[in-house]
Design a protein around this ligand. Sequence first.
Ligand code: ATP
Ligand code: MG
Length: 320
Amino acid sequence: MADTDYVIEAKNLVKSYGQNKVLKGINLKVKRGTMVALLGPNGAGKTTTVRILSTLLGFDSGTVHVEGFDLIKEADKVRGVIGLTGQSAAVDELLTGRENLVMMGRLYRLTPASAKARAQELLEDFDLLKAAERPAKTYSGGMRRRLDLAVSLIAVPPVIFLDEPTTGLDPRSRLSMWNIIKKLLADGTTILLTTQYLDEADQLADSIVVIDGGKVIAEGTAAELKSKVGNDRLELSFKNEPAFKQATTLLAKSVVETNDKEYTATVVIKDTDTDIRQTLNALAEAKVHVQSMEIHKPTLDDVFLSLTGKQKTTKKEETK
Ligand SMILES: Nc1ncnc2c1ncn2[C@@H]1O[C@H](COP(=O)(O)OP(=O)(O)OP(=O)(O)O)[C@@H](O)[C@H]1O
Ligand SMILES: [Mg+2]
């Protein structure tokens, strides 16, 4: 048995496709009842990792335990505790949403009555009641995603893998998916979610593992990752060119960015209170009037940029 504090535990996971080593020793742990976000750009190895952890794909070396079960020796037991959604869900296009759910419930050996009850519950949770009696083929992309997820949750698995659950969703469907995920977490589900959206990881995850090129390049809470990138910035804006010029000369040492059309200057602040006070005092003493100011905290996008040296690209809905 592996350490049972961790429901998912992968050590030194390696996977190659031919000559192409796509996972180069991934280490990953997810504590019971928490969510870890696996964050990375296209081709980082997110789907590969999730497919391996959910027994759909073999791997070359390393060890994986899910709920204490060895992924290779006890694959059936692992399958019994997990739900997977993302790529290919088992929705029948010709059946209605409700029929799909009831049928899947029966496959999971629920009694007819509890399959019906569970279907009703999921249709409500996923905001699909109005469309419940329509064939799945008439559903919009967002509705279809919600049905996919609902179907995978029929048997309420204690461990769930979500592979980019919100990619390609409109903002409203995205929010409702977030709410569903929050509800799952509140119910004690353990979740590994992959995403390319930094705000999604920031919003939902207890901790974040950033991967790039098949390797973990950083991990921690959103706050920890942000603090790695460092300091807050103070953006000052001035009324006119003379004030702007005077200020940039005065603050030359700490200015990191200027915009001479909008008369703004950005300074790095290490100690929020002291540095802001000192900056403003220096300007006041020189009688330079500050028109407005704004504090910028580092975002996860900044984290990603500083870790990978790459701007994160947002991809379009992939064709499946
Ligand atoms: N069946 C396969 N055969 C060969 N190479 C593959 C296969 N599946 C994935 N790869 C390669 O493995 C690497 C990782 O792919 P993976 O799908 O895990 O990335 P990802 O992080 O999920 O990317 P995305 O954000 O685009 O979904 C990529 O370089 C990809 O081309
Ligand atoms: Mg993927």
